[in-house]
Design a protein around this ligand. Structure first.
Ligand code: ATP
Length: 255
């Protein structure tokens, strides 16, 4: 099985350490979430995985091959992803299909399949400026999946959304992850979001960024197995994990 592996990665900016010796292993079917206080290096690590930042020490590999640049095996989605506002939702997704070399006569059908996957069936003709924030973010995800990546790299993809839309998008993300068999590496500031989505949570601390705890979690697999998200969140085990994760994030911080 293909793994995306960061092995003892250190990142420096202008000679100053931002991340020290962090190791993360994402297999296909994993949903690994990075959490931690501001400045602990979450985005830097995602950028290493994306091939946008080169570590000063350690290695980043995918399927054993070094990551040296962005590649079609990884798709990145940011908080405010730039879609083309003058194109329709379908055309935005079709654009990514064109880059992949999909034949013109197949693009619209495939784009509609991807829009269906993110629950935007029927919105293909709408222009981006006609869509809500949550709908735009779903177009961004459909476009990312158009490249048929093995791994999705998500940097606060739901951060700009209102609380209710964000909650709904969490289950959309889980549905996508289940249906598309991609490995996910995601950054979030949301503690509950991390618990809902992750199969593994990596807690980082700043000064410089390092791993302080790793949690294996089962809530997202329970959702994937058919348990309703409300039931999962009402489980006392969920509240207990939330407390434990919060403690791990703020451990060592002056009260
Ligand atoms: N391009 C850059 N040039 C210089 N310093 C940088 C650069 N990018 C990040 N840093 C520094 O590296 C450290 C880690 O930043 P990074 O953005 O990876 O953390 P983060 O955990 O994602 O933060 P946040 O939660 O605030 O988004 C910070 O101290 C930041 O100031």
């Amino acid at each position: 099985m293909t793994h995306l592996v960061l092995d003892k990665v250190s990142v420096h900016y202008d000679g100053r350490p931002a991340v020290e010796r962090v190791s993360i292993d994402v297999a296909k079917h994993d949903f690994v979430v990075l959490v931690g206080r501001s400045g602990c290096g979450k985005t830097s690590l995602l950028n290493v995985a994306a091939g946008l930042v080169e570590p000063v020490r350690g290695s980043a590999t995918i399927g054993g091959r070094p990551i040296t640049a962005p590649g079609s095996d990884r798709a990145v989605v940011f908080q405010n992803d730039a879609l083309f506002p003058w194109l329709s939702a379908r055309e935005n997704v079709a654009f990514a299909l064109r880059l992949r070399g999909v034949r013109p006569d197949q693009r619209a059908r495939r784009a509609d399949e991807l829009l269906r996957l993110v629950k935007l069936e029927g919105a293909g003709d709408k222009h981006i400026w006609e869509l809500s924030g949550g709908m735009r973010q779903r177009v961004g995800l459909a476009r990312a999946l158009a490249a048929e990546p093995q791994f999705l790299l998500l940097d606060e993809p739901l951060g700009a959304l209102d609380a209710l839309t964000r909650e709904r998008m969490q289950t959309t993300l889980l549905d996508l992850w289940t249906a598309s068999h991609v490995g996910v590496l995601m950054v979030t500031h949301g503690i509950e979001e991390a618990l809902v989505l992750a199969t593994r949570i990596v807690v980082l601390a700043p000064g410089p960024g390092r791993v302080v705890r790793t949690f294996e979690t089962a809530f997202s697999r329970r959702y994937a197995a058919g348990e309703p998200i409300r039931t999962i969140k009402a489980d006392p085990a969920f509240a207990a994990s939330r407390g434990e994760l919060t403690d791990a994030i703020f451990e060592g911080e002056a009260a």
